[in-house]
Write a protein that binds this ligand. Structure first.
Ligand code: PMP
Length: 391
């Protein structure tokens, strides 16, 4: 029996770029002590108070079908949070709660792209982006950025690549690079969307992980709220990756259509998870800072470990739980480096090539293990790279 082209081509026929990750997981399952610096998952779990709220909500009966767009309380809380942080007037009517940011990214593309439309995104990119676009029936097109501009897209590249396209997806703070887009970049994005009449899909799931400067939501730039769909999530901000809870923030008429889509796909999100999310968001910024703190600390440890040598360079980054390391001085590709590092040092990092073309010769390090093990792994990575560079 033949399956649909749509589903069999989600990966575009190639590898999904996760080979090193799966290999490391198999080694761990076989009892090998691997330092896993691969995926964006905290080394802490969801706070017990949030779990208590979840339990209490379930016990009190919130286990039936929840409202498809999300509970009124959570939609209002999310809207208030966005308005407070961006200054853009936002109400519950602008919010649809989704089972995680990933499903929000998919819903956003379904909402704005017809089959065959071109949906643009920035390379390097979060691994699911092209597949999400293909799954929605649109045609992915990337803007390949350069390490020389810290992987931020230039105004010229944005304008040229999006002529005739329907949507542009951006992600700041960025996975995999950790870069927070500058005001100039955000203004170029806004100008491009207006000049080329694009929808903007703004993935802001790392908005609480900022180590320098500030997170600016492109929806807050002049005339952008009417053409922007913001994707948010509690996965990273509250260490709730497994609870699958996020949202889309968009103009009200877009949300109406997204609700129709949700009725026919997810049928909403578990009510007790939504109540826990509402509880968590109402605990204030300190809780989010607590969840972000280990990455802030490890980012400083990273810069200290890299000081005094030139073989491994960090891409200047201001946010997110990752550092992107330039290992081109070794003469190896990111893929070769990551595989050899796993075999010889039992350290798993993601090859830059897993995130597109732009980050070739780089590896992404997720700062997701305890500080002492993290620093040890990083030092061994640097020694390994230095040995390769002098061969
Ligand atoms: N966007 C980016 C850039 C991500 O890194 C992730 C998760 N790693 C997501 C979206 C999706 O996150 P979730 O579905 O857990 O909310």
């Amino acid at each position: 029996m033949e399956l649909s082209h749509r589903i069999t081509h989600i990966n575009g026929g190639g590898s999904d770029g996760w080979d090193v990750f799966y290999r490391a997981r198999r080694m761990v399952a076989d009892g090998v002590d691997v330092a896993e610096l691969t995926i964006g998952e905290h080394d802490i779990r969801t706070h017990p108070d949030i779990l208590d709220a979840m339990h209490a909500a379930a016990k009190s009966g919130h286990t039936g079908y929840a409202m498809v767009p999300g509970t009124a309380a959570l939609r209002e809380t999310v809207a208030a949070r966005i308005e407070a942080r961006t200054g853009v007037p936002t109400t519950a009517a602008n919010i649809m709660i989704t089972p995680g940011g990933q499903s929000a990214l998919y819903a956003a593309h379904i909402a704005v792209c017809d089959p065959g439309d071109t949906a643009v995104f920035i390379d390097p990119y979060y691994a699911t982006y092209p597949g999400t676009i293909r799954g929605a029936g649109a045609i992915p097109k990337s803007i390949v950025t350069s390490p020389d501009t810290a992987f931020q897209p230039t105004a010229d590249a944005l304008m040229a690549a999006t002529k005739g396209a329907t949507s542009l997806m951006v992600n700041t703070p960025n996975n995999p690079t950790g870069v927070v887009y500058s005001t100039d970049t955000l203004e170029a994005i806004a100008d491009t969307c207006q000049d080329n009449d694009l929808w903007l899909i703004s993935d802001e799931v790392y908005d609480t992980q900022i180590w320098e400067g500030a997170h600016i939501s492109p929806r807050s730039l002049p005339h952008m709220a009417e053409r922007t769909l913001v994707v948010g999530s509690m996965s990273k901000s509250h260490a709730m990756t497994g609870s699958r809870i996020g949202w889309v923030c968009a103009p009200g008429y877009v949300v109406q259509q997204l609700i129709n889509l949700a009725t026919h796909t997810t049928y909403g999100v578990a009510g007790f998870v939504q109540d826990a999310a509402d509880f968590a968001l109402n605990q204030g910024d300190a809780v989010e800072e607590e969840v972000a703190a280990p990455f802030r600390r490890r980012r400083a440890l990273t810069l200290a470990a890299l000081a005094g040598q030139n073989v491994v360079r960090a891409v200047p980054a201001q946010g997110a739980m990752y550092v992107m390391l330039d290992i081109r001085a070794t003469g190896m590709s990111g893929d070769e480096f990551a595989n050899a590092l796993l075999d010889q040092e039992l350290i798993a990092v993601m090859p830059g090539e897993s995130f597109g073309h732009a980050a070739a010769g780089h590896v992404r390090v997720a700062m997701t293990i305890a500080d002492d093990r993290y620093v040890d792994a990083l030092k061994r990575l640097i020694s390994f790279a230095s040995a390769k560079a002098s061969q």
